[in-house]
Unconditional design. Structure first.
Length: 185
C-alpha cells in the first residue's frame, strides 16, 4: 500500500530510505528549476571544477519552464517537463550531491543506476496539473542563467508540493513495474 510522506529540503539519505515507488510525497522547502540548457551549463561547471550557482548537496531539481506569474502569484503555470532530455546530464549532478529530480516520463537505465549509487530518487509530478502545482509554490526567483528566460535556474520556495515516487533508491521503477502489472491483469 502506497504511503504519504512529508519531506523538507535539503534531503538526506535517511529521508529517502523509507520511500517506495508509488508513494506520495509532499515536499516543503526549496526546489531549484532547470531544464536541458541549464543542465548543460551546470555540467560544464562541474567538469571545470567550478562552483554551481546553488548548493547541490541534498537539493531537488524540478524540470520545469514556468509561465510568467499572474498578479498575486509567485509563479505562473508550472507543469513538469519530460525528464529524459536531462538524462545525459543527471548522473554528473547526482555524483556531486543532488538527491532528487522531479519531472514526467521515464528515466534511462544509466540515470536509474546513478540514483541507486548515490541514494537519490526521481519524483513524478502530475502533468496537466500545472495550475494546481503552482499553488504550492510560495516564492520564485531567478538565481542563474537569466538569459535562458523560462529555462533559467530558479529558486522556488514550496509548501506541500505534490509528487509521486517514480524511482526509489533501490532501483525500482514505477513506470516499468506499472506496465508489467497492467500486462499481468
Amino acid at each position: 500500500m502506497a504511503e504519504v510522506h512529508r519531506l523538507k529540503t535539503p534531503l538526506k539519505d535517511e529521508d529517502l530510505e523509507p520511500l517506495k515507488i508509488g508513494d506520495t510525497v509532499l515536499l516543503s522547502g526549496v526546489l531549484y528549476t532547470a531544464r536541458d540548457a541549464a543542465h548543460k551549463k551546470l555540467v560544464e561547471l562541474i567538469k571545470k571544477g567550478q562552483p554551481l550557482p546553488f548548493d547541490i548537496k541534498g537539493a531537488v531539481i524540478y524540470y520545469v519552464g514556468p509561465a510568467p506569474a499572474k498578479p498575486g502569484y509567485a509563479i505562473g503555470s508550472a507543469g513538469p517537463t519530460t525528464s529524459y532530455r536531462m538524462d545525459p546530464y543527471a548522473p554528473y549532478l547526482l555524483d556531486v550531491g543532488l538527491k532528487a529530480t522531479i519531472g514526467k516520463g521515464g528515466r534511462s537505465q544509466e540515470v536509474i543506476d546513478s540514483m541507486v549509487k548515490n541514494k537519490a530518487v526521481y519524483f513524478a509530478a502530475v502533468g496537466g496539473a500545472a495550475a494546481l502545482i503552482a499553488k504550492s509554490i510560495k516564492k520564485a526567483e531567478v538565481i542563474a542563467y537569466e538569459d535562458l528566460q523560462s529555462e533559467a535556474v530558479r529558486r522556488l520556495e514550496v509548501e506541500d508540493f505534490p509528487c509521486i515516487v517514480a524511482n526509489d533508491i533501490y532501483g525500482n521503477d514505477l513506470l516499468k513495474e506499472g506496465v508489467e502489472k497492467y500486462r499481468e491483469e
